[in-house]
Ligand binder design. Sequence first.
Ligand SMILES: C[S@@+](CC[C@H](N)C(=O)[O-])C[C@H]1O[C@@H](n2cnc3c(N)ncnc32)[C@H](O)[C@@H]1O
Length: 338
Amino acid sequence: MSLMIAAPTHIPVLVKETIEALAVQPGGRYIDCTLGAGGHAAAILDKSSPGGQLLGIDADPEAIKVAKSRLEVYGDSALLVNENFADLEAVCIKYDFFPVHGILFDLGLSSLQLNGNGRGFSFQHDAPLDMRFSPSQEVTAADIVNTYSESELAHIIKTYGEEGRSRRIARRIVQQRPIETTLQLARTVQQASRGRRGKIHPATKTFQALRIAVNHELEYLEVALKQAIDLLGFEGRLVVISYHSLEDRIVKQFMRQESSADEARLRLINKRVIKPSEVEVQLNPRSRSAKLRAAERITNQREQYMVAKEYSFPGEIEAGGWRRPGLLKKLQRAYAVL
Ligand SMILES: C[S@@+](CC[C@H](N)C(=O)[O-])C[C@H]1O[C@@H](n2cnc3c(N)ncnc32)[C@H](O)[C@@H]1O
């Protein structure tokens, strides 16, 4: 009898909703900032054919390897790069890939990372406490666990894990140091949480907190969203799928602020967040916490004015003629080449 061990796979979340929210069109240009195993990227490339182009970014070289083999069939339409989305603007300049019709962020980590051996993201497998998306990052989870002060650890566990017992957990970690593996850490947190019963394992929030801290997830998200807005062409779409409230809060506030300011640069596509159907959650339990938010790039009056000035028809602008449909078309074309 042969024993087949299935390789870990990643099932993309809210694919149909993502394609709709991105308004993917043939010949369009898209950036997938979190390429992972390439599931969303493949759907974008299918829908943008013929002529579509995709720039896929991932901080994890393993993800790039997996996505490269999956997306090989799309040939030159897919450009896949091992970079961090915190450098989104520089990456797009480097590869001359802007303005674009849509930008996607599918945040967090993939099943390949969670279930992959030796990455240290999960307490389901014993592994060194690493948790870095990229081996080029210097600080691992073990560094944080073994060198940070008790109060720094409590702060991280409370802020990024929204863990009520952060101080007890931090105290226990400091008592038990050195802690080198996932199972050692899970046991330590379990001891600190004795008596607590809940639906999730007591170490879940501490693991989430360390992963966020190791990879600067929240800071990088804020930085990347700001850069994304300037890379979108007129009517380009920004779509973000988040998996916990800390990420979603950042996305919600960012989109709200950018769509309600006097000089708004975004228009919200879905006023209410989009969530997976019951069927999707049943088929892919990892999708249960997913929330999708989408917005469209609009040019505000000042930007229209600047573009028009650049393209030398300021007379009409000054006379308030920029509302004329013909002029708006001209502006769109001018904006597309900026
Ligand atoms: C949820 S997975 C994406 C899955 C993908 N949409 C698919 O269909 O296979 C998130 C991916 O984003 C990557 N990632 C997270 N933060 C990143 C960052 N700051 N820069 C680049 N990639 C990042 C992770 O390495 C992971 O592969």
